[in-house]
Design a binder for this molecule. Structure first.
Ligand code: GUN
Length: 283
């Protein structure tokens, strides 16, 4: 038996088209075009690729894209001054500072400087708190995209056993919050988890966000499980996820591919958050 391959690329294309329609309607009603500002510090090639594709997707959705490139040795105060300017700029609905930042910069100081109501990444502690307490805020884009793919594949998630492998602020922790809100029974596993294979074996939903190439083995899975692979690992053989894809295909019910699964959902959800921000700020 072979699992369904979850087509994140196609789902993301549909979401981007819907956001584009929403942007046109917002413009017709308000006379304003929503804007997303992206800040890139340094020359990290992977970050530069992400920032370019975010800018392109923003323009394709009919929104304004503002790009701010700062040198790798930028003074932290100068970076904070750029954020202050963007916080006060009425044309800017969303602010994203591409991570990781160079080691001399205090990442938390930068994230907490962003106005929580323009924090379309959902990384500000105020938005983490809103998510944990069920208040409206911004939900981090990658976990939000994972939940959309899960609901599209499985329908109602209520009562399902979910394991999230990884406990980062960007993916693992918000992912667990979102699954709790969907009434799943949630286990968060990580590098110190004993018997990871045993934990995975109980799960109807597996979210792999550890950042280790093909670490999650197909034979660990419960037959029919839905597997969402957040990993993007560059290996000699090319891009691979955190899940052994071939092994998972013969046991799971549905699996996201890498690339073409979760990745495209992240940018689509970023555009969606920016449009939501424009509506709230007009509100
Ligand atoms: N670096 C890798 N993923 C992300 C993301 O979703 N947002 C930001 N700001 N930086 C990232």
């Amino acid at each position: 038996m072979s699992a369904q391959i979850i087509d994140g690329k196609a789902f993301a294309a549909g979401l981007r088209a819907r956001v584009g329609e929403g942007v046109a309607a917002f413009h017709a009603a308000s006379g304003r075009v929503p804007g997303l500002a992206v800040v890139l510090v340094g020359e990290d090639p992977a970050s530069a690729v992400y920032v370019r594709s975010k800018g392109k997707a923003t323009r394709e959705a009919g929104m304004q894209s503002f790009e701010h490139r700062l040198p790798a040795d930028v003074d932290q105060d100068d970076l904070l001054a750029v954020i202050d300017r963007l916080n006060g700029d009425a044309e800017v609905d969303g602010i994203l500072v591409q991570l990781p930042l160079p080691p001399h910069i205090d990442e938390q100081a930068v994230i907490t400087r962003i106005d929580p109501d323009k924090d379309v990444d959902g990384f500000h502690p105020v938005n983490a708190g809103r998510l944990a307490t069920g208040l409206d805020g911004f939900v981090p884009c990658t976990p939000a995209g994972c939940v959309m793919l899960l609901k599209d594949t499985l329908g109602d998630l209520s009562g399902l056993d979910a394991v999230v492998i990884g406990r980062s602020n960007i993916v693992g922790k918000p992912m667990a919050q979102l699954l709790i809100a969907e009434s799943c029974t949630v286990t968060v596993a990580h590098s110190r988890t004993r018997d990871l294979a045993g934990v995975v074996a109980r799960a109807d939903i597996v979210i792999a966000a550890v950042g280790r190439a093909e670490m999650i083995k197909g034979e660990w899975l419960k037959p029919g499980a839905c597997v969402i692979d957040v990993g993007i690992n560059r290996t000699a053989a090319g891009l691979v996820g955190d899940v052994d894809f071939a092994g998972a295909m013969s046991v799971a019910g549905a699996v996201t591919p890498v690339p073409g699964g979760v990745g495209p959902m992240t940018i689509a959800c970023l555009l969606r958050n920016t449009l939501i921000s424009a509506h709230r700020r007009a509100g």
